[in-house]
Design a binder for this molecule. Structure first.
Ligand code: ARG
Length: 257
């Protein structure tokens, strides 16, 4: 009898564990998909007037969450913090126009890519110091957002193709870097193309150099080793790419003009 009860208990435990499978129990908060981001990166993520969040990443993450039967929660923080949150298990996914690179791949896992990012150089149109990419190596001061690939490339040593740390300023957000450019504190800003377009549109007198700095892939980050979550995210993402949903979101935020 005792043996039977034990077996029954084991069976109940196994069954309840199985019930936890699927998307529930897979995320940091039951029924929710926490996305850490830095909502200072138009048109991928930005804060709305009423304090909500919008942008390509926010909407695509919402669609992914929906497919997984979860509710999206956006956790807004600094860019480096957004990457750390997913590594520390504080968020389920990090989505912030994140460029996949080897160093990040060592610390987190990435989904399939959902967009291309291009690093560009913003200057003041009448800048005496910078009118071409070559001018970046003449000892000018370059503005970037902290923790971004723009910062990583530029602050690298000259031997490695960078300009040296002493020639690069790291600001909390891209917008703050742009303010520094307008105020004459830096000679140019290296940042992703889409936010660059928005900043140039919003600030007369700024312009983007024709020569691109680097081409990159954006992907969604998850905690290293969380292959179950990664598989579910990739499955949802590939469906959303295949049925045109991702493109529809992109077209809503990026108009060809
Ligand atoms: N693509 C660049 C990177 O991964 C910049 C991303 C910045 N994103 C943001 N939400 N602030 O480093």
């Amino acid at each position: 009898m005792k043996k039977f009860v034990t077996m029954l208990l084991v069976l109940v435990m196994v069954l309840s564990l199985a019930a936890c499978g699927g998307s529930d129990g897979l995320t940091v908060e039951k029924g929710k998909l926490h996305m850490s981001t830095n909502a200072e990166f138009p048109p991928y993520e930005m804060v709305t007037n009423d304090g909500g969040f919008e942008g390509i990443d926010v909407e695509v993450a919402g669609l992914i969450a929906e497919k997984m039967g979860l509710e999206l929660v956006v956790d807004d923080m600094g860019f480096t913090a957004a990457l750390e949150a997913v590594q520390n298990g504080k968020s389920d996914i990090a989505m912030a126009g994140i460029t996949v690179n080897e160093e990040r791949k060592a610390n987190m896992d990435f989904s399939d890519s959902y967009a291309t990012g291009i690093q560009v150089v913003i200057i003041k149109a009448d800048s005496p110091a910078v009118q071409s990419l070559d001018d970046l190596s003449t000892g000018v001061l370059i503005g970037t957002q902290e923790g971004t690939t723009g910062y990583i490339y530029c602050s690298d040593s000259v031997e490695n193709g960078g300009y040296g740390e002493e020639h690069v300023m790291a600001y909390e957000t891209g917008a703050v870097a742009i303010q520094a450019l307008l105020a004459g504190k830096v000679d140019c800003v290296v940042i992703d193309n889409q936010p660059a377009q928005e900043y140039v549109k919003a600030n007369p007198g700024l312009e983007i150099l024709d020569t691109e700095f680097a081409v990159e892939d954006y992907a969604i980050a998850v905690k290293k080793g969380n292959s179950q979550l990664l598989d579910e995210v990739n499955k949802a993402l590939s469906e959303l790419i295949a049925d045109g949903s991702v493109q529809k979101v992109v077209d809503k935020y990026i108009t060809a003009d």
